[in-house]
Ligand binder design. Sequence first.
Ligand SMILES: [Zn+2]
Length: 423
Amino acid sequence: LHKFPVRAPSRSALASSAAERSRSGLGSGFRYLTGAATGWWDRWMVMGASGSKLEKALGDQFPEGERYFGLENFGNTCYCNSVLQALYFCTPFREQLLEYYMNNKNPGDAEENLLTCLADLFMQVSQSKKKTGVIAPKRFVQRVKKQNELFRSYMHQDAHEFLNFLLNELVDILEKESSAAKDSPQSSSPEKVPNGPVQPLANGVKKEPPVTLVHKNFQGILTNETKCLRCETVTARDETFFDLSVDIEQNSSITSCLKNFSSTETLNAEDKFFCDKCCSLQEAQKRMKIKKAPHILVIHLKRFKYIEQLGRYKKLSYRVVFPMELKISSTSDDVDTEYSLFAVVVHVGSGPNHGHYVSLVKSHNHWLFFDDENVEMVEESTLQTFFGSSHEYSGNTDHGYILFYEGLGAKSLAISPPPWEIV
Ligand SMILES: [Zn+2]
């Protein structure tokens, strides 16, 4: 785990690439002014100006019932804001969360947790009378800081760590609520079960953990296979995941990163594998396969790499092309899942220790750029400016960091591909 020293977030994300600077001249200039402003008048001006600007840009194409709100930054909380926007525009997740919240909200139960804070925030945005504006996610951020000391400081935080923390925390809350609901008979008072959620059933069979809305949306299954090179026995172990963290290479693409992710790795020398059949350490081959592809595929690009010679983390600004459409084959049912990109969390800055996060989101076929309070419409081609750089020292430091793809439904394959391959 890496910690980051203090630095104010860079406010010039959009302006930092030349193409964008010329395109959005007025908008970013205005943004510099509002960044320094503190009064209510200035805040009102931000809402008024950016709101009407976005509404004007969309005109009568403004999607029915949709809301586009910027999120206030409380001092380096852009890691949080960028992820929140990506999750909000993950429509099945948003809808299921709000539905769950409406059905399970108990007015007498004032207990606040991350789930209620997140649902409240989503509700505040989606139920807003205004179509655009700025919302302060104060209670949510306070709750995050209360819950996890890692996020308590004003230091630059890692958006991927935050996403992980948030999803796991939501799972914990949903599982606890589900088991509390099952364990308490209707007649008894709705008190919390004091001692842990897992209780074996009468016949000794362990209860299956409930499938939460986080699982439904984000969970996939990987198979980790190890083949002993002496006796050729294959040991397979399944692992679940909410996101895939992939190593990146210069001038590559997400497709090749995913191929490398599931390519065969040889375990030898210091790194041998203990084979149960041979009862000894043996050379082995290891590979990861996607057994079940998730509905929402989250790909984390490992841009922060520990460099031993330097004794610190370094940001890799490599150019990694991410496509709008992606195909993943999973091994369990021999199907290809087609995915469509709908959100990108971008890290802005040259190093791991400071910088800024912004996000790009696709909503009703329009791409929107969220930079804390500011929301703008952008062309799809703008996404190319976030691929990275072919040479190390480039002025553009805005790089795609977390990608969100939504599955468009699985297609059965007439001819099965080789089970190893991720297309
Ligand atoms: Zn063996």
